[in-house]
Design a protein around this ligand. Structure first.
Ligand code: NAD
Length: 358
């Protein structure tokens, strides 16, 4: 078969170094020639942000951050940036904080230097999200892609193990869903496979030694790769499911991804043998579903959607919302019946392997 594809690589500078975030940030602020920096970090991220920004002067420290970027918060932050004559946005925190910086960049074109403290990966994508009247909209715009990302594993040491596991499996979901995303190509598949390998190595390390840096470095590296792969390949079936569940039933982002992933993998793997083989190899096994299950057992990963507020009686409505948005690229066609079976199994926490014979 001939190798023919179109691939776009997003332009971004990545500085990776444990214990180096403050120095790297000061150097980046000088490189930009920035005079009026807005530092964005939620209240619970303020201590980390204080440490990271010790070497720069902030014109504005901004902490009014909320999950899923409510439009009112975005507009307030845009006004604050304009009033303070901001020329560079620095965000220090998880995906919610990065999301607010992106919302400001979307309308102002201001550059972002992102310092992530979770494994969500928003810093490596050109995707923005805003919530208005309980409806989340997302879009793609290169203006929101952070110009520079500064990774420092020591900043993730305070992330509790349970949240590290869920957030890391959110990264794993980016990798696995990339394997059948609408713009899948050999480059984003290679990045996704290396992301799986790194997360599979790093996440158990965090569980065994939460204050150790080796596992956290691998997880952060894997999270970056996962997001680059995902930004390139686009949202597959897994992300469409989680987007609907999160938006309609207000479910926690990382935990929902962590729970749904094995079911989508078990559902698609039999219909996508090449992707399944790559995923299995990245896990160091011969069976993709077994590889993910083995990791999930090591991590004591989230198991059932019912534990996060999703009830069996919501399934019919969820199916109606998800079915029309499953990408045509999905290896196994979704039907009302098989999607309902997938959601039933994920709600109850049944063995994902029950889905491979649908
Ligand atoms: P989050 O940013 O809401 O963070 C979760 C919690 O962890 C928060 O309370 C935060 O203050 C805290 N926290 C963050 N870092 C910490 C640390 N090092 N130590 C202790 N506590 C810490 O959650 P998230 O999972 O990072 O991000 C989820 C959001 O990001 C969602 O809104 C999701 O839609 C978005 N997202 C966007 C993209 C994209 O490409 N646009 C990609 C992934 C996620």
């Amino acid at each position: 078969m001939s190798l023919t594809f179109e691939h776009v690589t997003l332009g971004q500078r990545v500085l990776f170094g444990t214990g180096k975030a403050a120095d790297n940030l000061a150097a980046e602020v000088r490189r930009f020639g920035a005079q009026r920096v807005m530092v964005i970090a939620s209240e619970s991220e303020a201590a980390i942000a204080g440490q990271v920004t010790a070497g720069i002067e902030a014109a504005l420290n901004y902490d009014d951050v909320a999950p899923h970027v409510p439009i009112e918060k975005a507009e307030k932050a845009r006004t604050a940036a304009a009033e303070h004559g901001i020329d560079l946005l620095v965000c220090v925190g998880g995906g919610s904080t990065t999301g607010l910086a992106k919302a400001i960049a979307l309308t102002t074109g201001l550059p972002i230097v992102a310092v992530p403290t979770t494994y969500a990966g928003s810093e490596a994508t050109n995707v923005w999200g805003l919530t208005e009247a309980a409806r989340k909209t997302t879009g793609v715009d290169d203006k929101v892609l952070p110009a520079t990302v500064i990774y420092d594993a020591s900043l993730t040491l305070s992330l509790p193990v349970e949240l590290s596991v869920a957030s890391g499996l959110n990264g794993m979901a980016h990798c696995i869903d990339s394997m059948w995303g609408p713009r899948v190509d050999p480059i984003n598949q290679a990045l996704a496979a290396e992301g799986i390998r790194a997360l599979n190595q790093g996440l158990p390390g965090i569980v065994q030694d939460p204050q150790g840096l080796q596992g956290r470095e691998q997880a952060l590296y894997g999270a970056y790769l996962s997001a680059v792969a995902f930004a390139s390949a686009g949202s597959g079936m897994h992300h469409k499911i989680c987007h609907v569940l999160g938006g309609t039933w207000n479910m926690p982002h990382a935990q929902t991804h962590a729970t749904v992933l094995p079911y989508v993998l078990a559902f698609n793997a039999p219909a996508a043998p090449d992707a399944a083989e790559r995923i299995a190899a990245a896990f160091g096994t011969t069976d993709a579903v077994d590889g993910l299950n083995r990791l999930r057992e090591q991590l004591d990963a989230p198991k059932a959607l019912k534990d996060y507020g999703f009830a069996e009686e919501n399934i019919a409505e969820a199916v109606d919302l998800i079915l029309p948005v499953i990408p045509a690229s999905n290896p196994r066609p979704g039907t009302k019946e098989n999607l309902a079976a997938l959601l039933r199994a994920a709600t109850a926490g049944d063995d994902p392997k029950t889905l491979t014979d649908l």
